[in-house]
Ligand binder design. Structure first.
Ligand code: PLP
Length: 370
């Protein structure tokens, strides 16, 4: 039987096509048009924030958030070593210094104790990343931020729909940043959003993302801004996708349960754990093997059987622009990277596909160990 199994492919269809046609027929294909504010309001309502400002990408959202908070040269920003590079690059865009912290070995998210250890007089902000959809220990992070007078910018690009003690991720810090890249929980083809409970900050973020244009004075630009606006075409796709969000989340949860039920009995495979009070959206279900498993070899063998996988992010301190920033131990980040594997989690897959993936993994590991 020929089976298509997808790692993180988007699930878009007829509803998206219909709204896209509407956008095209209306002539509003670019950054002006009714779908953009509608999409922003839907997201803000879903997350329970005061408002939302859409952007061209999650990276742009992080950049605007840092810039709007006035973070710049001479400042330090605490980031996890174990994340996608887009969390870190915006810190350099604004001229600040990223300070890398290690991960908690259970949740794979920033370890609050390590955050505390790395705070200096120059620290201005923390960017916790809800990695693969799993919420960070936000009580501990917000407590550190309050005690040291730091901003918190949640990188919620992977965690749309995840909850922490009743709140949605993204709604807890000074800013939350979302991504609608093609592989995310919902997509707009490419896009992002900053959300916040501070209306004045959001107003300023919107102004910055729109070339810092003071529209009351025509083409008047009192500050340096960016062209980071989302298009009406993207928002059209997003509006169709948000209708499907609850269904996508349900599927991802079910896939995660199947993986856990089928693979947990092997003593040498473990899963990312949720912190107390946290509910992951399971954007990607990922596992770690014990040290004996050759991950690239496992990937090749799974690929031969039609099962796509991807490795965990290489810790950012391994890349040339950030090598000099490696201070202290980042043991857990490297250990998770070296032993980890992300499994097919696209909502295009069926439960049967997920069982098939488990069967293939089980066969491979049993053969390797016999
Ligand atoms: C952790 C993390 N941060 C930031 C981003 C940036 O989002 P985008 O690709 O929309 O720029 C992504 C996704 O790509 C991500 O996974």
């Amino acid at each position: 039987m020929c089976r298509n199994i997808y790692l993180d492919a988007p699930n878009v269809g007829q509803a998206e096509k219909e709204l896209l046609s509407k956008a095209i027929d209306s002539t509003f294909v670019s950054t002006v048009g009714p779908f953009v504010p509608e999409f922003e309001q839907r997201l803000a309502r879903y997350l329970g924030t005061e408002g939302a400002v859409s952007t061209q990408s999650g990276t742009a959202a992080l950049h605007v958030a840092l810039y709007e908070l006035g973070i710049g040269e001479g400042d330090e920003v605490i980031v996890p070593a174990l994340t996608f590079i887009a969390t870190v690059n915006p810190v350099l865009y604004v001229g600040a210094k990223p300070v890398f912290v290690d991960s908690d070995i259970n949740t794979w998210n920033v370890d609050p104790e390590d955050i505390e250890r790395r705070i200096t007089k120059k620290t201005k902000a923390i960017i916790p990343v809800h990695l693969f959809g799993n919420p960070c220990d936000m009580d501990a992070i917000m407590d550190i931020a309050r005690r040291h007078d730091l901003y918190v910018i949640e990188d919620a690009t992977e965690s749309l729909g995840a909850r922490y003690k009743g709140s949605r991720t993204g709604a807890l810090g000074d800013y939350g940043c979302l991504s609608f890249n093609g592989n995310k929980v919902i997509t707009t083809g490419g896009g992002g959003m900053v959300v916040s409970n501070d209306k004045d900050r959001l107003k300023h973020a919107r102004f910055l993302a729109n070339q810092a244009r003071d529209e009351s004075r025509g083409y008047f630009h009192p500050e340096v801004g960016f062209n980071y606006r989302m298009t009406n075409i993207e928002a059209a796709i997003g509006l169709a996708q948000i209708e499907k969000l609850d269904g996508f989340l349900e599927m991802k949860k079910t896939f995660n349960k199947i993986y856990k039920d089928e693979l947990s009995d092997f003593g040498f495979i473990s899963f990312q754990k949720e912190h107390e009070g946290a509910e992951s959206c399971w954007w990607l279900t990922c596992i770690v093997f014990d040290n004996e498993t050759d991950i690239p070899e496992m990937q090749e063998k799974l690929k031969d059987q039609g099962v796509p996988t991807r490795r965990i992010f290489v810790p950012a301190t391994d890349f040339p622009p950030y090598k000099d920033h490696k201070e202290g131990k980042l043991e857990n980040s490297f250990s998770i990277y070296e032993r980890g594997l992300c499994l097919p989690s696209s909502t295009l897959n069926t439960e049967d596909d997920v069982h098939y993936v488990c069967e293939k993994i089980k066969k491979l590991v049993s053969r390797n160990r016999s």
